[in-house]
Ligand binder design. Structure first.
Ligand code: SAM
Length: 326
């Protein structure tokens, strides 16, 4: 795994479960105000970190949320947890106390000292510097069994979908995400927010919005609402063909499913014509289906031929892919 920078002897404990943001109050006995006790606030100050909104850096400053995450994730000492976006390490060190191993991915190398302060001495923590959307997740050892994160807004849905696909050993996800992202992932057919991420996530997982998260638990306070979302694996991730079908079906939401597929090229490429030179490879390995074949498949499955993608459940998409022999 490239980008591995921090693995060391596990330190003694006594660094978590400390006071929360309220502990930053000025010293009422006079004298200079004490350094913040809450770890994120202390590290922000100590390491001169200026949060970068572009990277979704809204750091957790309320330790009570850590217990909520712990219970939702049903953490156990055998777990290997992947945390996406380590930040200032407040969640990383909490996890490290409770599970066998923690992989922390963090993109912003400016946080190296602050994150090192949190986990640099913990032998059961590996820090991987890089982008969660491009790092080789399947190469993580030991292989993760859970994903727990306060996700950066910009890549939240993409990161969750990527881990569903690339980490088959993960059976539970608990993540703080923007409310719209959580609701979209959990939405069912007919809901206005139901779309590609909902279907792809739910083909492999049961998805639930577990609870709202107050904006005040983050610093700086974000200008969007957050929720805690929980995913439990039901089966393997959708394959390329099924994902292609779902993407094509939703590509033109105002069209029927068949129309959208046709417009997006999702009906597959026509077989190469016989006059093409033999050495020329086919344009796509995906089989070609005419509009009529897709309409017939939909009707065989009990749907109107002119149904829109938003009416089909994730299992309906799986059945359609089967009917089309994708
Ligand atoms: N876990 C910390 C906490 O709860 O306080 C930080 C959470 S903060 C919402 C999200 C973190 O993800 C930031 O530290 C940010 O730098 C990092 N990040 C943003 N984009 C990323 C990406 N593409 N890959 C990995 N980390 C990313």
């Amino acid at each position: 795994m490239s980008g591995l920078v921090a693995e060391g002897p596990r330190s003694g404990r006594a660094r978590t479960g400390r006071a929360d943001a309220a502990s930053t109050d000025v010293d009422r006995r006079g004298g200079p105000p004490p350094a913040p006790v809450q770890p994120s606030l202390r590290r922000l100050k100590q390491f001169g970190v200026r949060p970068d909104r572009e990277l979704g850096q809204n750091f957790l400053i309320d330790s009570n949320i850590l217990g909520v995450i712990d219970r939702a994730a049903e953490l156990s000492p055998e777990d290997v947890v992947l945390e996406i976006g380590g930040g200032l390490g407040v969640l990383s060190e909490y996890l490290a106390e409770r599970v066998r191993h923690v992989h922390v991915i963090e993109l912003d190398s400016r946080l190296e000292d602050a994150l090192g302060d949190a986990v640099g001495l913990l032998e059961n923590v590996s820090v991987h510097w890089g982008d969660v959307m491009t790092l080789d997740l399947s190469g993580l050892r030991p292989a993760p069994t859970k994903v727990v994160a306060n996700l950066p807004y910009g890549v939240a849905a993409g990161a969750l979908l990527r881990t569903i696909e690339e980490l088959p050993g993960v059976d539970r996800w608990v993540a703080m995400v923007q409310r719209e992202v959580g609701e979209r992932l959990a939405a069912g057919p007919g809901n206005g927010t139901y779309g590609v991420p909902s279907v792809i996530a739910q083909l492999a997982c049961e998805v639930r919005v577990l609870r709202s998260i107050p904006r005040t638990v983050f610093h700086p306070v974000p200008n969007v609402d957050s929720v805690l979302v929980g995913l439990s694996r039901r089966g393997p991730a959708a394959g390329d063909e099924l994902r292609g079908l779902v993407n094509g079906a939703f590509a033109h939401r105002r069209k029927t499913l068949v129309g959208s597929l046709a417009l997006s090229g999702g009906l597959g490429s026509r077989p190469p014509r016989s006059r093409q030179p033999r050495s020329r490879p086919p344009r796509s390995r995906q089989p070609h289906h005419s509009r009529e074949e897709v309409r017939e498949a939909l009707e065989r499955l009990g749907h109107p031929a002119d149904v829109r993608a938003e009416r089909l459940s994730p299992e309906d998409f799986r059945a359609l892919a089967g009917a089309l022999e994708l």
